[in-house]
Design a protein around this ligand. Structure first.
Ligand SMILES: Nc1ncnc2c1ncn2[C@@H]1O[C@H](COP(=O)(O)OP(=O)(O)OP(=O)(O)O)[C@@H](O)[C@H]1O
Length: 574
């Protein structure tokens, strides 16, 4: 475990040494009470307990008590403060790490499991470093110390004591193994609860619309029930092992006492040794009991650090350059192949060039790979074969953050933070001035609807932007992109039926956003397609046709058919 702590906390683990040492010193002071008890009992037996001796013993006890209080207070406050600071840093670095991992990681880990890692696992790990580790170190240290003292008093008694400990330890270890096994499943159930809760809350509108709230809530309720069952199972799992462990520890006391008294009877140990042994044995029994209880908790909490290490060990996307300047912003795909899951090729040997300052429209049936191409340009995923170059530079050589500085993305599903409209637009460029933010809002045709709101730019938009219409949200995301002013624009046009006003506003704002930029657009509208410098028709991750509108119409193939479909749909709308 200490190696886990070192691995996860890095340099910060050294800062925990001091409070742990302080808390261990506290246990040494704790021993003073047993020492005093020994002397008092000895004096009572020898009838030598005088008032002056009582004064000395009391003073030592009071001094030990004060020393304990001081050391304990210092140790606990330091370990809490340092632990909390270390965990805060870990949260940030874990967030950074996850940001730079290939998105495949999110495919393999559900929302529930990721939330669990970022909240519960980190909290459990915090408990390990702020409470559990020092308590365990204390009990282990004290047990060894007391056991060694037993050997000093009498080797035979020490050996018998050791036998009891050696029988008890594997039992508590087995209990720990059981807790680990069941705890893993409990964590899995916990992930499911969070995932279903997110699913329920996100989809509540949809579920209501389809009269599914009852069924979906039942799904959620079932996961709550599973969690309750697993929580009880985890708690109960350790009980038999702790009980047997404690029975062995408890039995060891009278057995050893009997043997010690017999030895005293036959004269192989003296009165002093017998007394010392009794006191040490009482102390050791208590310490071992505490160890048993702590160990179960420790094994459960330890699961958290394993999950955290696993996440840390997921490699980040590699890169050669931390920052990059491009000579130009042409995008080139050369024999690119890509699969999300092994054996399922989604993009097949794809080659095309989108020249700087031009607009490339991607069209094709659902699932043909349009969104995937966008994600590959932004390096959310790394390709399996071929190269993607921007301005002649392979994007795999560039840090994902550096690459994204040159790219603006406007997607259909706009996610807004639960913050003011102003701050949501400013996300495009955190260094932008107020005038720049308002200018971008005006260019994106947001200004008019924002001015109608009671708190204008200071209006809080609600989680995910729930208080705004789809069109308004999309315009805010366009304002963001205008503010960012990146030379490459990846744009997924809205398919959702926007009202005519909204559509017109959005079209105008997109025109301003995309002027003179390298634009890749998933096109759903005829105007966009007609205006594009190049149209790529995709099917099953392959280019089926490519060219300008007039050219493709003449070809009379898939594009011609799709275009006619769109025309018909347009007439229907009218
Ligand atoms: N994260 C993912 N993990 C696994 N498979 C995925 C993932 N995202 C997309 N796919 C699969 O890749 C294929 C291409 O999907 P993509 O979203 O690129 O298509 P699209 O042309 O944009 O479709 P649409 O027009 O419906 O948005 C689909 O079969 C889809 O199921």
């Amino acid at each position: 475990m200490l190696s886990d702590i070192k691995k996860l906390l890095g340099e910060d683990s050294k800062k925990l040494r001091k409070p742990i040492i302080l808390l261990t010193i506290d246990t040494i002071f704790h021993m003073f009470f047993y020492a005093m008890l020994y002397f008092v009992l000895l004096d009572l037996i020898n009838d030598t307990l005088s008032f002056s001796k009582i004064k000395i013993y009391s003073s030592i006890m009071i001094a030990a008590f004060i020393a304990r209080a001081l050391v304990n207070a210092k140790g606990y406050t330091e370990i809490q403060a340092r632990g909390a600071r270390a965990i805060e840093k870990m949260r940030i670095s874990l967030g950074d790490h996850i940001r730079n991992i290939n998105l495949g990681f999110f495919n393999k880990n559900s929302i529930g499991s990721l939330s669990n890692i970022m909240t519960n696992d980190l909290q459990d790990f915090e408990k390990i470093i702020t409470h559990n580790t020092s308590d365990l170190i204390k009990t282990v240290f004290l047990s060894i110390y007391l056991l060694a003292l037993t050997f000093v008093i009498d080797i035979q008694l020490g050996m018998i004591q050791l036998v009891f400990v050696l029988i008890a330890i594997p039992i508590i270890y087995m209990g720990g193994e059981r807790v680990s096994a069941i705890g893993k499943y409990k964590k899995h159930v916990m992930n499911q609860v969070i995932s279903r809760m997110v699913e329920y809350l996100n989809g509540i509108q949809e579920f209501r619309a389809h009269n599914l709230t009852g069924e979906k809530f039942e799904r959620l309720e079932n996961s709550f029930r599973d969690l309750r069952r697993e929580s009880i199972r985890t708690e109960v799992a350790i009980v038999p092992f702790v009980l047997i462990f404690q029975i062995i520890v408890d039995i060891s006391f009278p057995v050893l006492l009997l043997i010690a008294i017999t030895k005293f009877g036959v004269g192989s140990i003296g009165k002093k040794e017998l007394l010392t042994f009794i006191i040490i044995n009482i102390a050791l029994t208590n310490v071992l009991r505490a160890f048993g209880a702590q160990y179960g908790i420790f094994r459960y909490l330890k699961l958290a650090s394993q999950k955290l290490i696993q996440t840390y060990n997921t490699p980040e996307m590699s890169y050669k350059y931390e920052e990059v300047d491009f000579d130009n912003y042409s995008i080139e795909f050369k024999n690119v192949s890509f699969e999300y899951e092994k054996g399922e090729n989604i993009i097949n040997n794809l080659s095309f060039e989108a020249k700087e300052g031009t607009m490339t429209a991607l069209i094709g049936p659902s699932g043909s790979g349009k969104t995937t191409i966008m994600s590959l340009i932004a390096r959310f995923w790394d390709i399996n074969n071929g190269t993607i170059k921007i301005g002649g530079k392979d994007i795999r050589d560039i840090h994902p953050d550096a690459l994204l500085k040159h790219i603006s993305m406007v997607f259909q599903d706009v996610y807004l933070l639960n913050d003011t409209i102003y701050n949501n637009i400013k996300l495009g460029n955190l260094k932008a001035t107020e005038e720049e933010v308002i200018r971008a809002a005006k260019l994106a045709n947001c200004d008019e609807f924002i001015e109608k709101l009671e708190n204008k730019y200071e209006t809080i938009v609600g989680e995910g932007g729930s208080t705004l219409s789809g069109g308004e949200k999309q315009r805010i995301s366009i304002a963001r992109a205008i503010l960012k002013d990146a030379p490459i624009i990846l744009l997924d046009e809205a398919t959702a039926s926007l009202d005519a006003d909204n559509e017109l506003e959005i079209r105008k704002s997109i025109k301003k956003l995309t002027a003179n930029k390298t634009v890749i657009v998933i096109a759903h509208r005829l105007n966009t397609i007609k205006d594009a410098d190049q149209i790529i028709v995709l099917n099953e991750g392959r280019i089926e046709e490519r060219g300008k509108h007039n050219q493709l119409i003449k070809n009379r193939k898939r594009y011609y058919n799709m275009y006619n479909e769109m025309e018909k749909a347009k007439q229907w709308e009218i």
